[in-house]
Design a protein around this ligand. Structure first.
Ligand code: ACO
Length: 429
């Protein structure tokens, strides 16, 4: 086995080297502190492998993303099916016809919310951020399905994941309907996953909504492109919470919270806000680029840059193409798309972005497609959560099944005051 040699002063130690199936090289430092007294320092974990995983492979330098070994581009098909990808990501293989239809039946059986759970929505004010309602309701599922909190019995994991995957879209649609004061629409059992979600979002009791094929395909594509992305912020959060053996619902609810921030799942919303500001004339594309480069300004070019991709994000490449196709088919001319293209053109020839290898990420074009579908901007991070849920579930399962799994507990370098004595309040100045 290959070893790495580390010299610290007089001490020389050997550390095991681990090579992944795609040739990624890691130095195993688990024994470092015990042998040397040193720990490693890596704020933001940019250089830390927190686990080994067989779910998703990314080569950010080249712009490669694969689910269970299959390149992401191969899911951009004439009839994209998010549920097929959900099955692949969670259970590790492409489903047979039978497996897929059985899994879809399970989703159908689980699409309703417990009637008492629906009352929770009434407790939220109409202006409640949808991500707050979503995480609260996913966590609340722990109260309604205590039998699924311990997933030791065969089949209970499959049932818990089907419940989550199915109910997240019902919860998402209901939180939107509640915020608008609209009646909650029951799911339609004969609709496919995305069509059913869009029905619950947009149907009225006297005016049913049935998504067109173009819209249903676009929704499937957006969800499946978000299905997993290895150890990103929300997934690491799910693993961190799950490492204490917290249940699947609680762990996934924490993933929603992590995804909420503008540097992660909130970026798709921030992109549209930025493009709208440019459109309204408050900002020009050139000014936007200048502000993004200015270190005194807090402004960033939203939808650009990625911790792992130092090349074009392959999901953004697919969505850029899909954007043209969907808007064209729906006969929509969105000025925000022209602005996005202009920003991309300016950024890709600007030395600031070129030197830092900042390219469009998945959020740069997804919001424009979602606008065309009619999804309100405040729901964008919720869409991301629905798409990412299979990844969270798969990673939680993988961690749970890993022999010798440990609770996640990083260390720190203490930089506070050194020891000094307690002063009684009457003696303090
Ligand atoms: N606009 C302007 N400058 C940027 C941007 C940006 N969008 N992104 C990175 N930079 C600059 C940084 O200022 C830094 O410059 P410096 O070296 O002169 O200090 C350099 O590029 C490296 O950036 P970091 O912040 O160190 O990169 P990090 O890996 O920590 O951050 C992140 C990645 C958070 C995605 C960042 O690129 C960003 O904030 N982008 C905008 C928000 C966004 O689109 N988020 C979605 C990410 S994808 C996802 O979650 C699905």
């Amino acid at each position: 086995m290959e070893k790495a040699t580390l010299t610290i002063g007089e001490q020389v130690i050997e550390l095991p080297v681990i090579i992944g199936t795609e040739g990624e090289k890691d130095i195993d430092i688990q024994q470092l502190r015990a042998k040397t007294g040193f720990i490693t320092y890596d704020p933001g974990y940019g250089n830390t492998g927190s686990c080994s995983s067989a779910i998703t492979f990314i080569d950010g330098e080249v712009g490669i993303l694969r689910y269970r070994g299959i390149p992401i581009e191969q899911f951009d098909r004439p009839n994209p099916d998010f549920i097929e990808v959900v099955f692949l990501v969670i259970f590790g293989h492409l489903p047979t016809r039978n497996e897929l239809s059985e899994f879809k039946n399970m989703l159908r059986e689980n699409e309703h919310l417990h009637e008492s759970m629906k009352h929770h929505f009434e407790g939220f004010p109409p202006y409640a951020p949808p991500m707050a309602s979503l995480s609260a309701m996913i966590n609340a599922m722990s109260c309604f399905h205590p039998e699924l909190l311990k997933l030791d019995e065969e089949g209970s994991f499959e049932e818990a994941s089907a419940r989550l995957i199915s109910k997240i879209r019902t919860i998402a649609a209901y939180s939107y309907r509640h915020s608008k004061g609209l009646p909650l629409m029951y799911p339609q059992p004969d609709y496919e996953y995305c069509a059913n979600f869009l029905h619950m979002m947009f149907s009225l009791p006297n005016k049913p909504y049935k998504a067109s094929k173009e819209i249903e395909d676009a929704m499937n594509l957006i969800f499946l492109l978000h299905a997993d992305h290895e150890q990103n912020c929300s997934t690491s959060t799910v693993r961190m919470v799950g490492s204490s053996q917290a249940n699947l619902f609680a762990s996934c609810a924490s993933g929603v919270c992590a995804l909420w921030g503008p540097l992660h799942g909130g970026a798709n919303l921030a992109v549209i806000e930025m493009l709208e500001e440019i459109h309204k004339g408050g900002l020009s594309p050139e000014k936007c680029i200048e502000m993004a480069k200015d270190k005194d300004s807090k402004f960033r070019l939203m939808g650009f840059g990625h911790r792992v991709y130092k090349n074009y994000d392959p999901r953004a490449r697919i969505l850029k193409k899909a954007c043209d196709k969907v808007l064209d088919k729906l006969g929509i001319k969105d000025p925000l798309l022209d602005i996005a293209r202009k920003l991309e053109e300016l950024a890709l020839k600007d030395s600031y972005f070129v030197e830092r290898k900042l390219y469009p990420n998945v959020d740069f074009y997804s919001g424009i497609i979602m606008r065309a579908i009619g999804i309100p901007t405040e729901m964008f991070p919720v869409m991301f959560s629905i798409g990412r849920l299979p990844g969270w579930i798969a990673q939680w399962k993988e961690q749970n099944e890993m022999p010798g799994a440990k609770i996640s507990r990083p260390r720190q370098i203490y930089i506070g005051e050194t020891i000094h004595n307690y002063i009684p309040i009457e003696d303090r100045k």
